[in-house]
Design a protein around this ligand. Structure first.
Ligand code: ATP
Ligand code: MG
Ligand code: MG
Length: 551
């Protein structure tokens, strides 16, 4: 069997199992439904679902919807779709909503009050901040800290019963105002907020704070390992305090890992919002972005994202990964799985003057030369074809082996042709190229009397299908600087090129939304799931064939 080095989280889990602290591995991905998921979230999804699978445990998708201020149902739906796309279908029993625990959270707060571990505080938000102290100075006790249990119980119930305004009173954990960890200086655990909640409506006018709610959610669900990103490391003592004081059996253990950062893409929500509002990108799923919806629309596969996360690894050290590595992963994934088709993006006509008029022949073409199992297809060939403009030159430089007057090349999967002439418009642009073909040289016939150095692709003009093709580059180039002097993003003006009059093989007319292909010599492409239709085919380039990235 293969020896795989275990990541630090697996080492912790192994030890917890060995020492008997963990009977069953239960993990969760806990997004706040306040925005679209991005590639960073995919890392967390795959890490958590992967561990559950590895240890024969369970994985939960939990909507962390305890803050009614920013949450929307729209995001619940998009997150559900994205998570299913990344890690496969979920059983409804794996899907949880933190807001379903509001009653239990309330009871937990009451329990803390009864233990003398929480109190209602009347200080204003500013005063609380002032009393909290700084990294170098201890905090000061609130004058309300010594309220009796009875008074606290009464006030907290009245907070719940809508007797106070927003901000008038909060419930605080009673821990230690002199703790070197500021998170432990009597953190707020409940606040008054008159807001409608997407799940519970107007039932509550008090809501729990994240640091109180999250460990309770984990404990209620029997999460064994609560995996989060490094910014929560300083919150772990509070997490442990909450589950200990509430006396949960088998309390969950928080483990932090470092976030995934990608270079040459825009990830900041603030910037993406601006790009969307200014119509620089076509929504949150613009194929140049790295939201999960954008990656899906661009043509990435869940397998390629999984492969990418494996290459990234899991650690506690911060580093960023280049977008080129993600491109490498999708190329590797599609290489043997997708048919290789011919598409002409910038067409000029090629006329074979010695080929019979009004005749179409159907050539047998292998779907994928590296994977014969994919079989063959019939590709029409005739007297008039389209070829890509860059495959013909009137006066070629040295080492140009494609078409030019007098030169012979192979038309891929078809015949050798020799260029005899060409036509131009008034501005000197080539409009047509004329050739003769040699019937003896048909592909697969075994002809080897002479060789040619160049092979070019083509599409039969009579049967060609028109298409629009969108070519992408990175939206920012970090080598040239991410920001301009005024703080705005230094955007690559060539991040999108639209080729409006492309011709593709007729077989592609049947392509389904999101289906992907290799277009020989051009890269991998997928049908745009938003803009493509039977009447107007639109393909996105997922990735070109060549890359600078070496694994
Ligand atoms: P963002 O602000 O980028 O949306 P977030 O932390 O607000 O991220 P949450 O909805 O709270 O998003 O995140 C759900 C989970 O995804 C959390 O456990 C969080 O740690 C994890 N996560 C978020 N961003 C990344 C990232 N870049 N890499 C790995 N995990 C991440
Ligand atoms: Mg978020
Ligand atoms: Mg968050």
């Amino acid at each position: 069997t293969e020896v795989v080095s275990r990541n630090f989280i697996e080492n912790i889990i192994d030890q917890d199992i060995e020492e008997g602290h963990c009977k069953k591995v239960v993990t969760r991905f806990p997004p706040e439904p306040n925005g679209y998921l991005h590639i960073g979230h995919a890392k967390s999804i795959l890490l958590n679902s992967g561990l559950a699978e590895e240890y024969n445990g369970t994985f939960h998708l939990r909507f962390d919807d305890t803050n009614p201020m920013k949450e929307k149902t729209e995001f619940v739906d998009s997150i559900m779709e994205d998570v299913k796309w990344i890690c496969g279908d979920l059983d409804p029993a794996q899907v949880y909503y933190a807001s379903d625990y509001f009653d239990q959270m309330y009871e937990c707060a009451v329990k803390l009050i009864k233990k003398g571990k929480a109190y209602v505080c009347d200080l204003t938000a500013d005063e609380i901040r002032e009393y909290r102290g700084t990294l170098t100075e201890p905090g000061k006790d609130s004058p309300y800290r010594e309220r009796s249990v009875e008074e606290n119980l009464d006030l907290f119930e009245r907070m719940k019963n809508d007797e106070f305004q927003d901000g008038e009173k909060v419930l605080r954990a009673k821990i230690d105002m002199a703790s070197p960890n500021i998170n432990m200086r009597d953190p707020i655990i409940y606040r008054v907020a008159h807001m409608n909640h997407h799940n519970t409506g107007d039932k509550w006018c008090i809501y729990p704070m994240y640091d109180f709610a999250h460990p309770i959610e984990d404990a209620i669900e029997g999460i064994s390992h609560s995996i989060c990103t490094l910014e929560f490391e300083d919150h772990r003592p509070l997490y442990d305090w909450v589950v200990r004081e509430l006396e949960f059996e088998n309390p969950p253990k928080q483990i932090e890992f470092s976030k995934l950062y990608l270079t040459n893409v825009v990830t900041g929500k603030r910037y993406i919002k601006k790009l969307v509002e200014e119509n620089i990108v076509d929504g949150w799923d613009d194929p140049r972005l790295v939201s999960i919806a954008a990656l899906r629309r661009r043509g990435f596969t869940p397998e390629s994202i999984r492969k990418f996360m494996e290459l990234c690894g899991v650690s506690k050290s911060q580093s960023s990964v280049d977008y080129a590595m993600l491109e490498y992963c999708i190329r590797e994934d599609l290489k043997l799985k997708r048919p290789r088709m011919m598409a002409v993006l910038d067409p000029i006509k090629l006329v074979i003057t010695n080929y019979p008029e009004n005749e179409i022949e159907y050539l047998d073409v292998s779907n994928n030369q590296e994977n014969e199992e994919m079989g063959t297809r019939k590709v029409p060939f005739g007297r008039e074809l389209y070829i890509d403009r860059e495959d013909f030159m009137i006066e070629p430089p040295r080492k140009y082996f494609r078409l030019y007057p007098g030169n012979e090349v192979r038309l891929m999967n078809a015949y050798f042709v020799t260029c005899t002439d060409y036509a131009t418009d008034e501005e000197g642009n080539v409009t047509e190229v004329y050739c003769t073909y040699d019937p003896e040289t048909k592909s697969g016939s075994g002809f080897n009397a002479r060789k040619v150095k160049g092979t070019i692709h083509w599409v039969c003009a009579d049967t060609a299908q028109q298409a629009e093709v969108r070519l992408y580059e990175n939206i920012i180039d970090e080598d040239k600087g991410v920001y301009n002097e005024d703080g705005s993003l230094n955007l690559n003006p060539n991040s999108l090129t639209i080729m409006e009059h492309c011709y593709v093989e007729p077989a592609l007319a049947e392509a389904e939304k999101a289906e992907s292909f290799q277009f020989v010599r051009h890269g991998y492409f997928c049908v745009d799931s938003k803009d493509s239709s039977r009447d107007h085919l639109v393909f996105n380039r997922i990735v070109s064939l060549k890359s600078s990235y070496r694994p």
